[in-house]
Design a protein around this ligand. Sequence first.
Ligand SMILES: Nc1ncnc2c1ncn2[C@@H]1O[C@H](COP(=O)(O)OP(=O)(O)OP(=O)(O)O)[C@@H](O)[C@H]1O
Length: 355
Amino acid sequence: MGRHAGGLPALPDGSVLAAARPVGGDRRGDPGRGPAGRGRGRGVRSEEGPVSGAALRVSELEVRYPGGGHAVRGLDLVVAPGETFALAGESGCGKTTLARAVLGLLPPGARCSGSIRVGGVEVVGASRRTLRSMRGIDVGYVPQDPVTAFDPLRRVGHHVAQAWRAHRRTPPPGAVAGLVAEMGIPEAASRLRERPHQWSGGMLQRAAIAAAVAHRPGLVVADEPTSALDADLAGSVLATLRAASRSLLLISHDLALIAEHADRVGVLYGGRLVEVGDAAEVLAAPRHPYTAALVSSVPKPGAGLPKPLPGRPPAPAEAVAGCAFVTRCALAKERCAAEPPPTRDGVACWVVGHG
Ligand SMILES: Nc1ncnc2c1ncn2[C@@H]1O[C@H](COP(=O)(O)OP(=O)(O)OP(=O)(O)O)[C@@H](O)[C@H]1O
């Protein structure tokens, strides 16, 4: 997603995911706890999510790109306060589109309908001014690749300080170094004077996390935040991200990381959620045929190469009358192609759970 913009982890529209609110407090009166190291429970989730007070509530979301393609088709999703909700699915299933829609950053010409409420504030149809004021305050963003997101000519401290300066504020004395130190960077005050090339990818991602959570947004969106990192670093950076975020929408291809770090997972296929549930349970015992295929596509030691799933997902321009997975599903029945399956117990399937 974002690249340089005046030295910031930046967004496609040139704005930054930072805004003016002092560290340690927010406008909803949350008392000023530091952003990192808060306790996190796994007990906040439910199958349907909370009725009110959700960190994120997406209802009947449709996103179409110019040319008529549907990248997201009738999607409902709730992220509860304190929850880490992961989105999984193969390339092109709509994960980044959903993330951009939540951030109010769909490209020009994209059409969005339905509802996206971030901390109760409607994003769909909101003015650019409202969206800019929400970024960093109500929703933070962690980019995929910190090396390309940081301007090589600026000091790392400049990037994190932009969380304030982008909104014409000055960081309180020591706030930037304190925040970065909380993300696990030793000697933060002196190291912040260095340029990005002097930091490792994992350290830069921690700086990006610091910028994203500087104002303690109720929701952080992270689109493949560890894909540019070594496997052993990915886990510890994700643990930092999770601890620093009040609620997290995590997009990842890495099912093992999701099973370890997410409370719930939503599996996307053809722009629709096909299965939602406890992350560890869904990935250990998938029920939707697509989730099962996704899980079995992960290579396992000593098991040889996994067989690729034949066929391909529907293109955005294709009409999908019934289940989007019907053309690749070994269990498909006539009805699957005709009508969209209802979601029961977190699974959208005409066959599984229907006898
Ligand atoms: N700007 C755009 N214009 C037209 N179509 C787009 C645009 N961006 C994405 N798409 C299409 O929308 C669909 C969903 O793309 P998206 O990037 O959201 O998927 P994804 O699951 O994030 O994939 P990946 O894991 O490869 O990033 C794809 O078919 C993609 O080609």
